[in-house]
Design a protein around this ligand. Structure first.
Ligand SMILES: [Zn+2]
Length: 189
């Protein structure tokens, strides 16, 4: 009797392992590759994304390295993430506009900023739906959506669906990817 139980247990363990392996195989070996248009449509439906129609700022990586501070380069060109709670705009609630630290395109407004208690500046919407771009960020165990400045392609952070009303979105942004301009001050000052 004891032997039978053991046999059943081993069989169950083996079958479970086989099932997990099979599911994992299905997920990783044969993902359906979406066309660019399909991907764009998903981001339009889910986040209201719009294509950027202005002139792009495209520079060689060496030029970005010269222009940006090392930390900014790491976040914006190498997709680094500043440690939680260390960014200068985390607990910062002055009125104004947050521009792209690399090219100056306005990305977010203080009007949509809120305290997400994550340690990163968080917004529930971009200042203009065409200024922020979206890409899938596939790592081994999760699929996240990373966001970038649509003018210079600089990485700024990620977007999640656990934000407050009215959008329910959380744009989780690195302070290093932003430059704050207080309300009433011109962009060039
Ligand atoms: Zn930019």
């Amino acid at each position: 009797m004891k032997k039978d139980n053991l046999f059943v247990l081993v069989a169950i363990v083996f079958m479970s392992a086989a099932m997990v392996w099979f599911m994992f195989q299905n997920q990783t070996v044969s993902p359906r590759v979406m066309e660019n248009d399909e991907v764009a449509q998903v981001f339009e439906e889910e986040y209201g994304a719009k294509p950027y129609t202005g002139k792009k700022v495209i520079l060689a990586e060496a030029e970005w390295k010269e222009r940006l501070k090392p930390d900014e380069f790491w976040v914006m060109r190498e997709e680094g993430t500043e440690p939680s709670g260390t960014g200068k705009y985390d607990k910062f609630y002055e009125k104004g506009i947050y521009n792209c630290a690399a090219c100056g395109l306005p990305l977010f407004s203080s009007d949509t900023k809120y305290d997400s208690r994550t340690g990163w500046p968080s917004f529930w919407a971009p200042i203009n739906p065409s200024h922020v771009g979206y890409r899938n960020d596939k790592s081994l165990f999760s699929t996240r959506v990373k966001i970038h400045c649509n003018r210079c392609e600089g990485h700024i952070g990620h977007v999640f669906k656990d934000g407050p009303p009215p959008t329910g979105h959380r744009y989780c942004v690195n302070s290093m990817a932003l430059k704050f301009v207080p309300e009433g001050r011109s962009q060039s000052e």
